[in-house]
Write a protein that binds this ligand. Structure first.
Ligand SMILES: [Zn+2]
Ligand SMILES: [Zn+2]
Length: 132
């Protein structure tokens, strides 16, 4: 049983079993919705996910609904009856165990930020670089 929540804890969920996939999405809608350059997702059958609390909903494109906490703003779920009938995508960064569903693929690379391909080659700091 996987568990997760929004940052403030008003919305919690449980998911049973294995997802159809776990992937990092680079689409423009994920970027705009999250305010972040990419978003991790794991797709589950809806009947294996139990949600406690009532997320806010927003129609982010023709058939897509994004579900997020109305208090803290954390993005939690994505549903789309056309491309994912009967399923719910869960934002993997909201899992209580960050290692539970490591991504297996990058998806929607056609819309990725143009610098994403070289992002892992950038200088790395445990916290922040020392400022001059
Ligand atoms: Zn919250
Ligand atoms: Zn996306």
């Amino acid at each position: 049983m996987l568990t997760g929540k929004c940052q403030c804890g008003a919305i919690r969920y449980e998911a049973e079993g294995e997802p159809a996939y776990s992937a990092i999405c680079h689409c423009a809608d994920c970027r705009a919705s999250s305010g972040a350059p990419m978003v991790g997702w794991a797709l589950f059958p809806q009947e294996r996910v139990t949600i406690h609390g009532t997320p806010m909903q927003y129609g982010s494109s023709e058939n897509a609904t994004r579900h997020f906490c109305g208090t803290c703003g954390t993005g939690l779920f994505y549903t789309n009856p056309v491309i994912f009938p009967g399923a719910i995508d869960i934002q993997t960064a909201t899992l209580d165990d960050a290692n539970a569903l490591p991504p297996q693929a990058h998806v929607q690379m056609a819309e990725a930020a143009p610098w994403m391909g070289s992002a892992h080659g950038l200088p790395k700091f445990d916290r922040y670089p020392n400022m001059p």
